[in-house]
Design a protein around this ligand. Structure first.
Ligand SMILES: [Zn+2]
Length: 529
């Protein structure tokens, strides 16, 4: 059949026959030219072909132009793999121009493969007259679009929390990090730390973290408003649920703790100057792990960052591109996130803030390129504000005929909730921003969550977010009841910080691992006995 169409010039005859007919302008959403087309592409291409054939049979003149998506990580990552590169630096050493040429060659190769496949499928298109997104024309139109956006005052520089590989010195997109193979079982410190409450002598909050390097960037502590919290006989506050056998002298709802101020764990650091630490409400606080009080460091985690927007918290970004602590963190400056573990623990112990330090094994994201454990960083980014364009787009959508029709509502919902659009990130060695830098925080927060800002360990997809590793929640791999021993009164051993179960999706973790500790155990002997 294909040969006959070819011999008789059937497609060319059809176009000639319909020339001058009513226009049906088909706009092809481009296929990414980063590999051979799959079965799912075959389905989409068949549907497109059906519509075009129908319109052609009705006498319409069609615009048969196929498109190839030829830019971005979808292509670059494949080329990096083909070249055996492991880092952004290797690309720079190889030469950006040379790398870009390789990417173009890669696209040329697979656009050819996909064209042959599509022809074999019987799809009628103006093959050879394809558009490519990397064309100068397209790029010029994108710049023209940005210029218009800038002139309307919609372009602004904001901040974004992103997964970051300290070795590669680059952020990692969800696209790059997708896949089970990008997680490993890793052992990390497990710290229970006391935050003394201001104006309440002898009372403190107790939090749990597996990221000691985030403690110097702490600005808040989150509680679950409707959960019950208790104060034990040495003045320590935790959620009641995780400690069913504990004796609490006083019990209150989390909402009653909201607003209390406390001494931060590293208030003496210059970076902490002027920061007022306070308790904030957060419905997502999990009672399955930790103490039910979550340490919040907006510069070190996606959820923390969103909370900063909601509660106007300061954002302290403690590490640079290489995962090294910045000036402002005193003697920790210049050390990596691993190297600060011991000094942080030691400092907390000396000041009587350490409840317990042990270790935990959990499922943790690693860089797909180099297997380095990821961290979260806050980076500068360009955003396009959605506020002014939202209503015109809603109005426009109302006039569109969608097929199937229910997609109109879906688009409407998306437009109502869309956050500001995030463009390319700029290099940022450090930034200190208010969480409220950007506008429409609530909408953006909601959008960000929906769009998959790593949310929490509940999906087993969250990396180094300090929050996630504290609040995990989710599946109870390993019974928490079993792994969370009740405080043993009269015992000299620290028992309050029960062994946290791992992040969900992880194996039963939380282990004391044969007694191994990052520090020499509890520094306190007064409480939980
Ligand atoms: Zn890496």
């Amino acid at each position: 059949m294909l040969a006959r169409w070819d011999e008789e010039g059937t497609f060319a005859q059809l176009r000639e026959q319909n020339r001058g007919g009513p226009i049906f302008s088909f706009m092809d959403g481009p296929i990414t030219a980063n590999g051979p087309a799959g079965v799912h592409h075959g389905i989409g291409r068949t549907l497109k072909d059906v519509f075009q054939r129908y319109k052609a049979s009705r006498g319409h003149e069609l615009r048969y132009q196929n498109g190839f998506d030829s830019q971005g990580l979808h292509v670059e990552v494949q080329v990096e793999k083909a070249l055996g590169f492991n880092s952004k630096r290797e690309i720079e050493e190889y030469g950006l121009a040379r790398f870009a040429r390789d990417c173009r060659d890669f696209v040329a190769k697979f656009s050819g493969v996909q064209t042959a496949q599509s022809k074999r499928l019987g799809m009628w298109m103006d093959w050879g007259n394809d558009y490519f997104t990397f064309s100068d024309t397209n790029i010029e139109y994108i710049w023209r679009f940005l210029k218009a956006v800038e002139e309307k005052g919609w372009l602004y520089k904001g901040h974004r929390s992103t997964q970051w590989c300290p070795r590669c010195g680059t952020s990692l997109s969800k696209h790059e990090q997708a896949g089970e193979e990008n997680y490993e079982e890793l052992e990390h410190p497990s710290l229970f730390v006391r935050f003394p409450l201001r104006g309440r002598a002898g009372e403190s909050l107790v939090i749990w973290t597996t990221t000691p390097w985030t403690l110097p960037a702490n600005v808040a502590a989150a509680v679950k408003p409707d959960a019950e919290y208790g104060r034990n006989d040495v003045g320590e506050w935790v959620a009641v649920e995780p400690y069913p056998d504990e004796h609490f002298e006083k019990r209150v709802r989390g909402s009653e703790l909201v607003g209390l101020e406390y001494d931060g764990p590293f208030d003496a650091f210059p970076a902490q100057e002027g920061v007022v630490h306070r308790v904030i409400p957060w419905d997502e606080v999990s009672l399955d792990e930790g103490t039910g009080i979550v340490h919040i460091a907006p510069g070190c985690g996606a959820e923390d960052f969103e909370l900063a927007r909601l509660h106007d918290l300061p954002v302290l970004a403690p590490i640079d591109e290489s995962g090294v602590l910045l000036p402002g963190y005193s003697d920790l400056e210049g050390k990596t996130t691993d190297e600060v573990v011991d000094p942080v623990i030691e400092s907390l112990r000396e000041r009587g803030l350490l409840v317990e330090a042990t270790s935990v094994v959990h499922r943790y994201p690693v860089c797909w390129r180099c297997r380095t454990p990821l961290v979260f960083r806050v980076v500068d980014d360009w955003f396009i504000s959605a506020e002014e364009i939202r209503q015109p787009m809603l109005d426009g959508n109302a006039t569109v005929e969608w097929t199937p029709p229910q997609y109109k509502k879906r688009m409407d919902d998306w437009l109502r909730n869309m956050g500001d659009w995030c463009g390319a990130s700029t290099s940022s060695r450090s930034c200190t921003a208010r969480g409220s830098t950007a506008s429409s925080s609530a909408a953006r927060s909601a959008a960000a969550r929906r769009s998959g800002f790593p949310r929490s360990a509940t999906r087993g997809s969250t990396p180094a977010s300090s929050t996630s590793r504290r609040s995990a929640g989710g599946t109870r791999s390993g019974s928490p009841a079993a792994t969370r021993p009740a405080p043993r009164r009269g015992s000299p051993a620290p028992t309050f910080p029960t062994t946290p179960i791992g992040r969900s999706g992880s194996r039963p973790t939380g282990s004391r691992r044969g007694g191994r500790r990052f520090a020499s155990g509890s520094t306190r002997s007064a409480s939980w006995r």
